[in-house]
Design a protein around this ligand. Structure first.
Ligand code: NAP
Length: 243
């Protein structure tokens, strides 16, 4: 277990699912945590209370992370409430389940904005502080769908493949400043997102079960603990996909 005492983390989309597990794992490792969410405030408060019970500081920061102004306001609120962000986990995401004939321009734009542009907006806001302090960790939650067929659709695949390009584009440029940028790419973790549309996919997973959000969080912590690995994508797929 790594010691993150004194570090401040922001996890986007931390009210439930993978983001919640990552926020709790960061707090268990000693970090103070900003819990971002879009609309489920009461679930975010539950996460806060759990973190407070661990003896860590935490604040809830509502923001639609696909909106640049909202992201900048969120970073100001975090600086005011906790301090400067050392660890950014770009986790917030959506899955619009439409078959390819019904996929609209709006579906495509919204998916790219929430899943990909948000990671750029949060990275842009976090990086200057990380570089100035010569330490930072950015982890994007991409997906096995970045490199495989996936079960949601091409709009989702494109958004997650874009995250990988974003991470590599930043990685080589900021590692000399002590900042690493990596992706964790899960495939089929038991969350609301999967139960909303992918439950029939269990037979595709060689290990024979869905992954857990806690297993995802464990991979995120593993990445955060390593200062030499950057620009990489760690697959977490129960044997379904390999990078
Ligand atoms: P989830 O259970 O549906 O939770 C999504 C989270 O994102 C919620 O906290 C939600 O906030 C937040 N969110 C959505 N849109 C947002 C926005 N515009 N601004 C801020 N927050 C927003 O999803 P999950 O399964 O945990 O997925 C988390 C990430 O992992 C996503 O990026 C997803 O694409 C990726 N992923 C998941 C799987 C999987 O098998 N589950 C596989 C590969 C990748 P509210 O609660 O307030 O709505």
């Amino acid at each position: 277990m790594i010691d993150l005492t004194g570090r401040i983390a922001l996890v986007t989309g931390a009210s439930r699912g993978i983001g919640k597990a990552v926020a709790l794992a960061l707090a268990a490792s000693g970090a103070d945590v900003a819990v971002n969410y879009r609309e489920r405030g009461s679930e975010a408060i539950d996460v806060l209370e759990t973190i407070h019970a661990m003896g860590r500081r935490a604040i809830a920061v509502p923001a639609d992370v696909s909106n640049g102004e909202a992201v900048n306001d969120m970073f100001r609120a975090i600086e005011h409430g906790l301090g400067m962000v050392d660890i950014l986990v770009n986790n917030a995401g959506i899955a619009i389940f439409h078959n390819i004939d019904d996929l609209t321009e709006e579906d495509f734009d919204r998916t790219i904005a929430v899943n990909l542009k948000s990671a750029f907006l949060c990275t842009r806001a976090a990086l200057p502080r990380m570089r100035a302090r010569k330490w930072g960790r950015i982890v994007n939650i991409s997906s096995g769908a970045a490199r495989g067929a996936g079960g949601i659709g091409p709009h989702y695949n494109a958004s997650k493949a874009g995250m990988e390009g974003l991470a590599r584009g930043y990685a080589a440029r900021v590692v000399k400043d002590g900042v690493t940028v990596n992706n964790v790419a899960p495939s089929l973790i038991a969350t609301d997102m999967v139960s909303a549309g992918l439950t029939s996919s269990l037979s595709r997973i060689p290990v024979g079960r869905f992954g857990t959000s806690e297993e995802c969080a464990q991979a995120v912590l593993m990445v955060i603990g390593n200062a030499y690995m950057t620009g990489q994508t760690i697959a977490l797929s129960g044997g379904m996909s390999f990078n």
